[in-house]
Design a protein around this ligand. Structure first.
Ligand code: GLA
Length: 381
C-alpha cells in the first residue's frame, strides 16, 4: 500500500513527503455508551489509513484518494468545503485545527486504506486521526493526543453529519499493540488492558451489509438518550448523562417519555454496567463471563436499541449454535460486523458453518477478519 501511495504521490506532485498512519478499531464491549458518558473497551487494529503528505507553501490542499481514484483541491476557509465526502474529512480536520488556533497551510497528499468501509471498524476515524496527527507534527502545533481525537470527533459532527462519541478517534490515536483500552468517556480517564486470551481467538465476521441511512438513525439514537436523560434530570439534577442514571430513575419517568426512548435508555444503562462486569471478568481470566456479556449486548442492541439487522442476528445465532463463547454486533450497527470470541478448538467448525449457512440464506458469503491489536496514530517515515 505504501509503495502505491509513494508512486502516485511522485506522479502527481513530482516529490516525496512524510508518511503517517492511523488504525481502525474493534470494540470488545460498550456500544453506544460513549456519547452517554459511559465506558467503552476498544483496541486499535492492524488495518487503517496511510497518507503521504508534504507542505506545499500555498493555502490550498491537493488531495488524492487511491482507493476511490478521486482527486480534490480545496482552500482552508469555511466556504471552501469540498463536495466529495472523503475530502470533507480532511477539510474538516484542517478547519477544526484552525478553529483551535492552530496555524496550518496548504499541503499535497495521497492516501489509501485497508479498513473495510461500512464494516463498523471506523475507517473514517482512521482517516481523521491520520491527518490530525500528521498536521500536528508537520506544523509543530503541539496539540495533545486527546485534542487530536476531539478534532476527529468534531470533524464528524460539523462536516460529516454524524453526532458520534469519542470512542473511535480515541482508539485510533491511543491504540497500543496487544492492549485493549478501557475509557471512561465522562472523565476521559483510560487504562490499557493487555489482551491475550490464551486458547481463544477474536474474529470479525462482516455481513457486508451497509445501510444507507445509518448516520441519521445513529443521530436519532443519540437524541433518544438525551431525551431520557433530560426527563430523569427533572427529578435528579445531578444526572448529566445516562451514565449517571439507574434503572430505578428511568422507571420513574417511564410514563413521561416515549416507549422508544425508554428502550434506548434501558439498553444504555445496562450496557454501561456490562463493560464494568467485563473488566472484572478479564482480570480473573474469566472469558466465559466476557462471552456471556457479549451475547447480552447483542440482544440489547437488537431488541432494545434496534441497531442490528437480519443478517447480523443470523450470524449471532450461528455463533450461539456453534458454541462460540461470545458474539455480538460491533460498532454503531445497521450492518457491518459481528465480533466473536471463539475457543480455538471450535474456530474452524464455526467459520465453516457461518460461511455456508450465510451463503445459503443470503446468497453471498460474509468476510472474515482475524483481529490483531495494534498501535495507534504514528509517523512511518
Ligand atoms: C460509532 C461511533 C462511536 C460509537 C459507536 C457505537 O462507531 O462513531 O462514537 O458511538 O458507533 O458504540
Amino acid at each position: 500500500m505504501q509503495e502505491t501511495i509513494r508512486k502516485k504521490f511522485n506522479e502527481l506532485f513530482q516529490s516525496e513527503g512524510s508518511v503517517y498512519a492511523s488504525p481502525g478499531r474493534i470494540n470488545l464491549i460498550g456500544e453506544h455508551t460513549d456519547y452517554n458518558g459511559g465506558f467503552v473497551f476498544p483496541g486499535a487494529i492492524d488495518k487503517g489509513m496511510i497518507a503521504e503528505i508534504k507542505l506545499n507553501g500555498t493555502d490550498k490542499v491537493r488531495a488524492y484518494s487511491v482507493d476511490l481514484e478521486d482527486y480534490a483541491e480545496f482552500g482552508l476557509n469555511e466556504e471552501d468545503a469540498p463536495e466529495a465526502s472523503w475530502a470533507r474529512y480532511i477539510f474538516g480536520v484542517c478547519r477544526e485545527i484552525i478553529k483551535r488556533g492552530g496555524k496550518t497551510g496548504g499541503f499535497d497528499t495521497v492516501f489509501a486504506g485497508d479498513v473495510p468501509l461500512g464494516a463498523g471498524m471506523s475507517s473514517s476515524a482512521a482517516l481523521e486521526s491520520t491527518y490530525a496527527y500528521a498536521l500536528n507534527d508537520l506544523f509543530s502545533l503541539g496539540i495533545d493526543k486527546f485534542e487530536l481525537a476531539k478534532i476527529g470527533q468534531s470533524t464528524e459532527h460539523n462536516y460529516c453529519e454524524v453526532k458520534c462519541g469519542i470512542m473511535d478517534q480515541f482508539a485510533s490515536v491511543f491504540g497500543k499493540a496487544g492492549s485493549l483500552m478501557r475509557l471512561d468517556c465522562r472523565s476521559l480517564e483510560y487504562e490499557y488492558y493487555p489482551f491475550k486470551p490464551v486458547g481463544y481467538k477474536l474474529v470479525l465476521l462482516d455481513s457486508v451489509v451497509k445501510h444507507e441511512l445509518a448516520s441519521s438513525a445513529y443521530n436519532k439514537r443519540r437524541e433518544s438518550c438525551e431525551n431520557a436523560a433530560a426527563a430523569i434530570r427533572k427529578n435528579h439534577p445531578e444526572v448529566e448523562f445516562l451514565r449517571d442514571a439507574t434503572m430505578e430513575m428511568l422507571n420513574e419517568v417511564k410514563d413521561d417519555i416515549s416507549e422508544e426512548d425508554y428502550m434506548r435508555a434501558e439498553y444504555v444503562i445496562e450496557e454501561i454496567q456490562r463493560v464494568l462486569d467485563v473488566c472484572d471478568a478479564l482480570q480473573k481470566g474469566d472469558y466465559e463471563t466476557v462471552g456471556q456479556k457479549m451475547y447480552e449486548t447483542h440482544h440489547g442492541m437488537s431488541k432494545l436499541y434496534e441497531v442490528s439487522c437480519e443478517e447480523l442476528d443470523f450470524l449471532n445465532d450461528i455463533a450461539k449454535k456453534c458454541g462460540v463463547t461470545g458474539s455480538r454486533v460491533m460498532g454503531g450497527g445497521f450492518g457491518g460486523c459481528t465480533i466473536n470470541l471463539v475457543k480455538e478448538d471450535k474456530y474452524d467448525a464455526f467459520v465453516a458453518e457461518a460461511f455456508s449457512a450465510y451463503k445459503e440464506k443470503f446468497g453471498r458469503e460474509p468476510k472474515l477478519y482475524e483481529v490483531v491489536i495494534s498501535d495507534g496514530a504514528r509517523k512511518l517515515c
